[in-house]
Design a protein around this ligand. Sequence first.
Ligand code: SF4
Ligand code: SF4
Length: 263
Amino acid sequence: MIDTAPKKSEIPPEQLSLKSSFRFNCHKGVKCFTDCCRGIDIMLTPYDILTMRKKLDMSSEEFLAIFTKPQILEKAGLPVVTLKLLDDEKKSCPFVEDKEGCAIYEDRPTTCRYYPLGVGSLSYSGEKGEKDEFFFTVKEAHCLGFEEDKQWTVAEWRQDQGVDLRDRINDGWMELIVRKKSLPPSMKLSEESRKMFFLACYNIDRFRDFVFNSTFLKRYDFPEQDIENIKNDDIKLLQFGFEWLKATFFYAGQEKFKVKEKK
Ligand code: SF4
Ligand code: SF4
């Protein structure tokens, strides 16, 4: 199971569906405004990095070096990145402003959008990539949003916070993690494979460089149109990377990566 909730408190066991409802509201008037942006552990998704580095006008390499901390995800043994907090007393997020809140609100990470919900995926079934996911509320003592009157269903909250689109884009990444977690612990990935996972999922600019400026495209038989698509579209390149990792790690969807016949 992978979850995207900030790791600060125990996760309550109650599992919610899209139709489940909860009471919550967050606005500048709450006494706890921005408390949740300090002392937290925020895992960044591949699409988060893509949009945040664009917002900050940085390359993915610069963004990773300045704003993230690498970690190895327990059980999956795969590399992930979390937001590097400031070294101040409260361990603040580098983007939080006391009065105004999040300085990158339109491009805030997926975990911040979900909050106070977390999401977990239990499995992916078959090649169709159908997933078995659930949600849960993260009730932290400092968060007064649960005392507000507004009522949401999980589906309404997801739509309001724009996580549907993000989850769709990150789906291939999530599938890689869930698939790897379901393998026996003895089936470890090589150091080289872990580096490839990091490159394709998080360092999109270097991954583009790898795809277009190495022998990569000479090795596979891709349709011209597919190559054009990934050249000009970061999201398509990201999803291409997920598919390639899936074929390499799990031998799934290999027909898309046909090796060129030698002439
Ligand atoms: S990115 Fe924005 S919303 Fe997320 S913790 Fe930082 S300041 Fe808060
Ligand atoms: S209500 Fe909760 S989510 Fe909103 S600012 Fe306060 S602690 Fe953060």
